[in-house]
Design a binder for this molecule. Structure first.
Ligand SMILES: [Zn+2]
Length: 202
């Protein structure tokens, strides 16, 4: 069972091979600069890779007795579109009963209309990548506003600068990555070398 969880190095190789992990000189919309960049859906475009990653993450939840004892009365929740393939894969591996994904409407993270208070099973929030943790925090608040509680949280990759605990639970991940982000170009080592810049949308 445990050998179905690939090592961090193995996961990084899969992310490199699929183009999801990229090295260069990237500028985020908020002005931050960073030499590495993750475009996680490129890993999830290959079904075999998507399945290995989702099953691996699901194993971490299954090993958690508090979670496994509540299955299948669990909902798997994605904070945004990037986490949807992760959520479906984890749901499938755990045979969890429900799945939800949030979207941003007018800057507010919401589920689709007509999801009522009391309908959402205890939640595992999953995402492809956790950078600042803001999307996860907003999803915890959303879930709690619907009268549910968070029993698990996880992602394929978690930046080491992101919180380790959210909604009272430790975040599980296959890779913890030190992203070496620069807040702006002023401090960026690659800018000092006048290297070409690539602007990324997320
Ligand atoms: Zn730079």
């Amino acid at each position: 069972m445990v050998d179905l969880i690939p090592s961090s190095d193995t996961v990084m190789q899969m992310l490199k091979r699929t183009g999801a992990f990229r090295e260069g000189h990237f500028v985020y919309p908020n002005g931050a600069h960073s030499p590495p960049y993750f475009q996680m859906p490129l890993a999830f475009r290959y079904y075999a890779t998507a399945r290995v990653l989702a099953v691996a993450l699901s194993r971490k939840f299954r090993l958690d007795r508090d979670i496994s004892s509540q299955l299948p009365k669990i909902s798997i929740i994605s904070p945004s579109s990037g986490g949807i393939p992760v959520a479906f894969g984890v749901r499938d591996a755990l045979s969890a009963e429900q799945i939800y994904w949030a979207e941003q409407e007018n800057g507010k993270r919401m589920f689709r209309q007509y999801v009522n208070k009391g309908e959402v099973n205890p939640c595992i929030i999953v995402d492809d990548i956790i950078r600042s943790g803001q999307a996860i925090e907003e999803t915890v608040a959303l879930v709690e506003s619907l009268g549910s509680k968070v029993v698990g949280c996880g992602a394929i990759v978690r930046f080491s600068s992101a919180p380790e605990i959210v909604g009272g639970v430790a975040i599980k991940s296959l890779v913890t990555f030190d992203a070496h982000m620069y807040d702006s170009g002023d401090a960026c080592a690659d800018c000092k070398k006048n290297g070409p810049v690539e602007n990324v949308r997320f």
